[in-house]
Design a protein around this ligand. Structure first.
Ligand code: SF4
Length: 439
């Protein structure tokens, strides 16, 4: 972590002609104070987008210095058959449709072996809500992967998939959805689940949900799933799919909901909000937590240690995802511009002061944009991503993949030091084909 001084090279000095409304926000950022929703509206509304980016870069460097993370991972989409038909989704198929698939265990084991060959530390596993698969398919899948690739971290299943699993396992209770999800997560953890990805959050807003993904779970259930995961000691991520029928105010509300959820997660783990007050000696009582405000982006704030990462129980990273209209029911919409993508990364960094990481997911942002985003608040560009089937830049037949050399070169060219991480953001050290994490 870098130390802030008045002459810090990344200090966001006010440029001539800059929006004066950024001045009080800059003062709050320098003091490590939390920004309000009104501040967020200024960050989103100002024409001085470079001023916003400078502020986000300042925070990002204060938290991570010149380090930019990448990882070596493989994606597995086990099935694209889905019971739902979200308007923004070009991934799903109905059973019998051209291109519909469901992977069997032999296929999945082969993929896991290939991942190990490629030096991957992680397998990222998501799919549609397939109504034809039994619950055992999912536990068998995780066990089968562990059998052939015991070192792979399994980051698997979005919140909506987990609710679906609770339903097909017949443990879901409408009046107590948490208990069914808890049961599911416990079974999956026994089978090898290591953490949750952040997908399916979209934008937390009833109007948008009603219009674009009516039958998908809403924000309350999404947050419930992550709360239960955190209580069980799993780390998770979260996303924000923006640039469709959402507005900027709705995005800010989404970030605020996540920020509050993270406050509570960190408080449960013993963060006090005091720069030197991190205790983290076991999980404290949920019932005692009312409205904690905990920031990680101040001058001396402590980011989670590797030991805390291993223990789990909080959100690691926010991943803003730009909407791609092609092939979806919302194809008539233009999708967000490059500048809107840059600004959204910067706003996410500034508003989510209690999130350790902000990811520029290169596969949806493109690698050239991800490079720029490293100077706009992002500290992570994700991984080598062998096979990603959900949303692709450049058409539905493109499976994107980058080598470690590509990612490192892109990071260095942007002026940062590439650091390989595992799923839990611990540094990875390699010795030939072997790798280990640094505690
Ligand atoms: S977004 Fe997910 S739940 Fe919705 S249709 Fe696509 S795969 Fe199914």
């Amino acid at each position: 972590m870098t130390t802030l001084t008045a002459t810090h090279p990344a200090s966001p000095a006010r440029a001539p002609g800059a929006d004066p409304r950024l001045e009080p926000i800059r003062a709050k950022v320098l003091a490590g104070k939390r920004l309000s929703l009104d501040d967020g509206a200024v960050l989103y509304g100002t024409t001085d987008i470079w001023g916003v980016i400078a502020l986000a870069d300042f925070v990002r460097r204060r938290m991570h210095g010149d380090v930019a993370y990448y990882n070596i991972n493989k994606h597995l989409n086990y099935s694209n058959v889905c019971a739902l038909s979200c308007k923004f989704c070009e991934f799903y198929r109905k059973k019998g449709d051209d291109g519909a698939y469901t992977r069997d265990l032999d296929y999945i084991k082969d993929e896991a072996k290939k991942a190990v060959e490629l030096g991957a530390t992680e397998m990222h596993i998501v799919g549609g809500l397939n109504p034809y698969l039994p619950f055992e398919y999912y536990t068998d899948m995780l066990r089968a992967i562990h059998e052939v690739a015991p070192g792979l971290h399994l980051k698997a299943f979005t919140a909506v998939e987990l609710v679906h699993l609770a339903r097909i396992a017949k443990v879901y209770k409408r009046d107590d959805p948490q208990s069914g999800v808890r049961w599911v997560l416990q079974r999956l953890m026994e089978a090898g689940l290591g953490s949750l990805p952040g997908g399916g959050a979209e934008v937390f807003d009833d109007r948008i949900q009603k219009e674009a993904w009516k039958t998908k779970i809403g924000s309350d259930e999404w947050l419930d799933v992550h709360l239960v995961a955190h209580e069980l000691g799993l780390n998770s991520n979260c996303t924000m799919l923006y640039g469709h029928i959402d507005g900027r105010r709705e995005r800010l509300n989404h970030l605020e909901i996540l920020r509050r959820s993270q406050d509570k997660a960190l408080a449960r783990l013993g963060y006090t909000g005091d720069p030197d007050g991190f205790v983290a000696e076991g999980i404290t009582q949920t019932a005692n937590i009312t409205d904690p405000v905990i920031t990680l982006s101040g001058e001396n704030a402590k980011l989670p240690t590797p030991a805390m990462s291993s223990r789990g129980g909080y959100y690691q990273t926010i991943i803003p995802l730009p909407f791609f209209p092609d092939g979806s029911e919302l194809e008539h919409l233009p999708g967000p511009t490059g500048l809107e993508n840059l600004r959204t990364i910067a706003v996410a960094r500034l508003m989510l002061d209690n999130f350790p990481h902000v990811k520029a997911f290169w596969i949806m942002q493109t690698l050239p944009m991800a490079q720029l985003m490293l100077e706009a608040g992002a500290d992570d560009i994700d991984g080598t991503v062998v096979w990603y089937d959900i949303t692709k830049v450049g058409g539905s037949s493109t499976h994107q993949e980058k080598s470690v050399t590509d990612l490192k070169r892109a990071i260095r060219e942007a002026g940062f030091e590439p650091v390989e991480r595992d799923t839990l953001y611990r540094r990875v050290v390699r010795d030939g084909k072997d790798w280990r994490v640094v505690d």
